[in-house]
Design a protein around this ligand. Sequence first.
Ligand code: FEO
Length: 172
Amino acid sequence: MIKHIIELELKKQFHKELESSLLYLSMASWVEHKYGEFDGISHFLYDHSQEENIHMIKLIKYINKRGGYADLNNINIHNNMNITSQCNSIQDVFKNLFKHEQIISQKVSDLVKLSLKEHDYFTYHFLQWYIQEQIEEENLIKKYLDKIKLIEEDKSGWYLFDKDITHNHNSK
Ligand code: FEO
């Protein structure tokens, strides 16, 4: 049976994953609207939104399997869906996503710390998947951000970036 404190913190985490999913979705829609020519970038963002949804469901199922109840009442989502209003470019989108992924990584680290403090080795084991996922996600978004910084205003560079993101994404 899962301890109440662990259940509570895992619930906060699935809210964060839902927030991540909505964030990627809002970015996808914004890029599609503003930069319709770069559909590789918007497809990547739409697909990533679905991945975040999977992260959320994984947490819900784990809480329920351990005897807790992952109810969706009082969902607490930080109001950062307006973040696209602060975006003036695709670079801003990736900067914000990178910042967001770093916050998620910190949350996962805090959860791991808590699971050890509470001697909940089942949850500790379960969270290792999220640790690995965050290493990959931070690395992926940072890689795209670095490429974007190199391109700046070079139009042909943007064309190649869009192709690159499509190719990387399809070959996963
Ligand atoms: Fe589920 Fe991108 O963190």
